[in-house]
Design a protein around this ligand. Structure first.
Ligand SMILES: [Zn+2]
Length: 144
């Protein structure tokens, strides 16, 4: 278990400013000791940037960094996902789909689907990983 530290809005913003930052975040969660192909054990991946996919240079096996998370196979940007998690976790009343739609600039259907998945993952203690290391404890927000 990684050590937990509180994360402020400013830290959050500077740490996760673009899709690449999220891709790296997922990579580090999945392979804290560096990439290792689940099929052949090779340690050198090739990054397919547009899809957050890593391809093994030895056997061409492809692994998505978001596999096993609520964001898997999403067409919404990871930036939007993380902000949605952040907003939902911080707002005691629970951010409405309408607020998410406005804040993130996504469609109402997307906002609704995202918040539904996030809320579902939040009530399940085993799904912390599904929220990609961002978890809520008491009133503070922690980055795992
Ligand atoms: Zn391989």
């Amino acid at each position: 278990m990684a050590k937990q530290e509180p994360i402020s809005l400013l830290e959050f913003q500077s740490r996760f400013r673009n899709e690449e930052a999220y891709g790296e975040h997922f990579f580090n969660l999945r392979w804290p000791e560096g990439f290792c192909c689940p099929k052949c054990g090779n340690k050198t991946p090739y990054l397919i940037k547009t899809r957050h996919l890593y391809e093994c240079t030895a056997c061409s096996y492809q692994v998505s960094v978001t596999a096993g998370t609520v964001m898997h196979k999403t067409r919404t940007s990871l930036v939007a996902w993380f902000w949605a998690i952040y907003l939902i976790a911080h707002d005691k009343r629970g951010s409405s789909s309408l607020l998410l739609k406005k804040t993130l600039g996504v469609s109402y259907q997307t906002a609704w689907a995202i918040s539904h998945k996030i809320r579902k993952a939040m009530v399940d203690r085993d799904s912390q990983y599904k929220l990609a290391g961002l978890i809520k404890m008491d009133d503070a927000y922690y980055y795992q």
